[in-house]
Design a protein around this ligand. Structure first.
Ligand code: CTP
Ligand code: MG
Length: 541
């Protein structure tokens, strides 16, 4: 019924269309459709955080009556927006118009008492709803409408791709199917906000900021949730109250290095998540990594979370990718397809190791698009050259300045199609002199000493190159066999995503079969490079 999906709109909030039947899902930071409305990354993050602070997560009985549920909640103030999703039960994300409503709701909430186990009485915004009188509450409609938070299955994907009428359309279809939905973006920000409440028990004015693919426009449904604990906010002085001849400092405990400080802080937060964090399970403290982190699973949202500390450079690099992803609609379409292609051929993995990462693949696409003629994307240096005074940003001694307002960047005059671009991408990297050249989106990246693909082994690189060549070849064959859409075989992008040994791929493999001795050599090399410390620096640096 329509009345279920009517939402009050509050001034100053992000346009809410979730659950609304009249409008499609909002695009916000998920799909960048309208150039004129492009917001700065920092503005989007600020709005999302504020929105998440007015939101609660409620575990609901399966047979809940949506109308009564909303009426019950509106005792605490108007509800701006809500949606349901399933993940080991039914959950509702409910956004109030005012933050005060949360206090009111929490004041009417009690800590359950159980006969066999004892509760840790931590009062969070993750709640459980029970029916006082189950029989009278049963909804006329048996189930509420739930939103999907998972990526499509490969069967579904192949089906969708087969309906498309061109390779261009296939790339856009894949993007639509995998990109984060408005609801998923909300759930990610809400999860960070819930973690922030826990961290705030130690550091009251801390901020937990999401970064990486959750916010950089390249996130796929199901991707991990990277977040970091930002304690810098605490350091911002109120200058008005700091006049006179004195300077007041906090008395603190000192440790030998920044790294040790980070490890200590993450260690206590990890303990806190493990002991008090509702729904936080499988907490692992990985404090000896290059970048110390706490990894855990947030059960209710289904997100695998990586929490680091003071990682503002990674946030800045997420902003840079956000800008590149927002500049031209071809960028995200290409990146999503290349990532899916790499995953389909096991070039990437959820387990860390000698494989290339999605982050590196994204940088490779950006680099490729910077080298088209005319360029589709500007170099990082040129984004720096058009930066204003307010864009100036120095982090840990690295100059991370670039223009923050996408609207000030001249659009590209390049009109190449996605079909051409994906083919050329595979050609380009299938023939790239990895042994001589490095891939660099400007000559001076933020952390110049860092090679983001240092982990990639020679063997993995070789596999990447071979698959890129195979894929370029498949697309060339497509060209010759027009019209491909009439064929029953998976074609175009779908052919590229087929597992090795099926359809087109085996044809191309056959054609380029290597002599046995070379294969054996490859196998030996792979055994040798299996230990991570032997991995080769593939950029040639
Ligand atoms: N990062 C980096 N250098 C690396 C790896 C990661 O600067 N060698 C930063 C990037 O800003 C990256 C973020 O850490 O976006 C998160 O890393 P990761 O989760 O590996 O990549 P995502 O971009 O989030 O992609 P995915 O969808 O695979 O999680
Ligand atoms: Mg990530």
């Amino acid at each position: 019924p329509r009345s279920f999906s009517r939402h009050l709109s509050c001034p100053g909030t992000i346009a809410a269309s979730v659950g609304s039947e009249e409008q499609p899902s909002a695009v916000a930071e998920t799909g960048i459709e309208d150039k004129t409305l492009q917001k700065k990354f920092s503005e989007v993050q600020k709005e999302r955080r504020e929105q998440a602070q007015r939101t609660v997560l409620i575990h609901c009985p399966n047979n809940i009556n949506e109308k009564k549920f909303l009426k019950y909640l509106s005792q605490h103030g108007p509800v701006n927006n809500h949606f349901f999703y399933e993940s080991f039960g039914l959950f509702a994300v409910v956004e109030f118009c005012q933050k005060d409503s949360i206090n009111s709701l929490q004041n009417g909430t009690h800590t359950p008492t159980q006969s066999t186990e004892a509760a840790i009485p931590f009062k969070s915004r993750f709640l459980n709803l029970r029916l006082k009188n189950p029989s009278s509450q049963v909804s006329a409609q048996p189930f509420v409408r739930t939103t999907n938070q998972s990526p499509p299955s490969s069967k579904k994907l192949f089906e969708l791709l087969s309906y498309a009428e061109s390779i261009e359309e296939q790339l856009n279809t894949l993007l639509q199917a995998f990109q984060l939905t408005e609801e998923n973006v909300r759930l990610r920000h809400l999860t960070c906000s819930l973690i922030e409440d826990i961290a705030a028990a130690y550091f009251p004015s801390c901020v937990i900021r999401p970064f990486g693919s959750s916010v950089n426009t390249f996130g796929k449904l199901g991707c991990d949730l990277d977040m970091f604990l930002d304690l810098d906010e605490t350091g911002k002085l109120d200058v008005h109250k700091n006049t006179g001849n004195f300077l007041m400092e906090f008395k603190v405990k000192n440790v030998p290095s920044e790294r040790i400080a980070t490890q200590k802080i993450l260690s206590v937060i990890g303990e806190c998540l493990d002991n008090f964090g509702p729904g936080c399970v499988g907490v692992q403290k990985i404090l000896n990594a290059r970048c110390p982190l706490v990894r855990f699973s947030h059960q209710a949202s289904g997100f695998q979370c990586d929490l680091t500390a003071n990682n503002s450079i990674a946030l800045k690099s997420s902003e840079l990718l956000y800008i590149y992803g927002s500049l031209d609609s071809r960028v995200r379409a290409l990146v999503f397809s290349v990532r899916c292609w790499a995953r389909a051929h096991s070039l990437t993995s959820s387990i860390p190791g000698a494989w290339i990462t999605n982050f590196s693949l994204t940088v490779m696409v950006i680099f490729f698009l910077q080298r088209r003629s005319p360029p589709i994307l500007p170099t990082l240096d040129s984004l720096k050259s058009i930066a204003d005074a307010e864009d100036r940003c120095i982090l840990e001694g690295n100059n991370c300045t670039f223009i923050q307002d996408v609207n000030k960047i001249q659009p590209s005059g390049n009109t190449e199609t996605l079909e051409l671009l994906i083919k050329e991408f595979f050609e380009y990297f299938g023939n790239f002199a990895f042994n001589k050249n490095s891939i660099n989106i400007r000559q001076n990246p933020f952390e110049t000493s860092l090679n983001i693909s240092k982990n990639v082994s020679q063997n993995q690189l070789q596999k990447f190159v071979e698959l890129a060549r195979d894929s370029a070849w498949i697309l060339e064959q497509e060209d010759k066999n027009q019209p491909f859409s009439s064929s029953r075989q998976p074609w175009g992008l779908a052919a590229l995503l087929l597992p090795p040994g099926s359809g087109h791929t085996s044809l191309s493999r056959q054609k380029k079969k290597k002599p046995m001795s070379e294969k054996v050599k490859g196998l030996l090399a792979s055994i040798k490079s299996n230990s991570p410390d032997r991995s080769t620096d593939t950029s040639g640096k």
